[in-house]
Design a protein around this ligand. Structure first.
Ligand code: HEC
Length: 157
């Protein structure tokens, strides 16, 4: 029994070491001028909310925690990032048309109000991503204001 256990543990350790060689590409591009922070007026408190709770999965810049780089955790995180970015990527804000932007702004507010975003698994490990009711209200006030401005600008052209 003990020999079996030792064999099993060594096997587990070896597997763990081997899988470290199968890393996913890191999501850490430079911030470009297409980023929402460069494109729109985003007040400091909203920047902080988005950075703390959303941008790790909805931008090309993930702030990795040390254990995020260790497989198999890194694989799970990469899946979340790829999936999150495919729905909404704040780093590519400029490439979206006005309808996409306005729809997304509404969803940003809705998902946050319903507490479906950020993902539970994320906010459990990132205490700063747990948004207070005041933060959610501020975020929604901002998404509404920005949508109105985008519409007004489009109408003015
Ligand atoms: C841990 C990664 C992660 C974080 C952090 C995160 N999201 Fe998401 N988000 C996802 C994934 C994955 C999806 C696609 C699957 C889904 O809808 O659940 C998604 C989808 C979305 C969508 C599209 C929903 C739809 O139905 O089209 C919106 C809007 C969104 N997130 C907003 C946010 C906002 C706002 C925050 C911050 C308050 C946030 N997300 C934080 C991973 C994340």
């Amino acid at each position: 029994m003990r020999r079996f256990l030792r064999f099993f543990l060594v096997l587990l350790l070896l597997t763990f070491i081997v899988i470290q060689f199968f890393q996913t590409e890191k999501n850490n591009e430079q911030v470009s001028s297409k980023h929402i922070f460069k494109q729109e007026e985003v007040p400091e408190n909203i920047r902080q909310i988005l950075t703390a709770a959303c941008l790790d999965c909805h931008s090309n810049q993930t702030n990795y925690l040390w254990y995020n780089k260790i497989a198999p955790v890194s694989w799970i995180i990469d899946k979340h990032i790829q999936h999150g970015k495919s729905e909404l990527n704040f780093s590519e804000w400029e490439t979206m048309d006005i309808f996409e932007k306005i729809t997304m702004l509404e969803e940003v507010c809705q998902e946050t109000e319903r507490k479906t975003m950020p993902l539970k698994s994320y906010s459990t490990l990132h205490p700063k991503a747990k948004l207070s009711d005041e933060q959610i209200a501020a975020l929604c006030a901002w998404t509404t204001k920005l949508s109105e401005e985008l519409l007004a600008n489009a109408a003015g052209k």
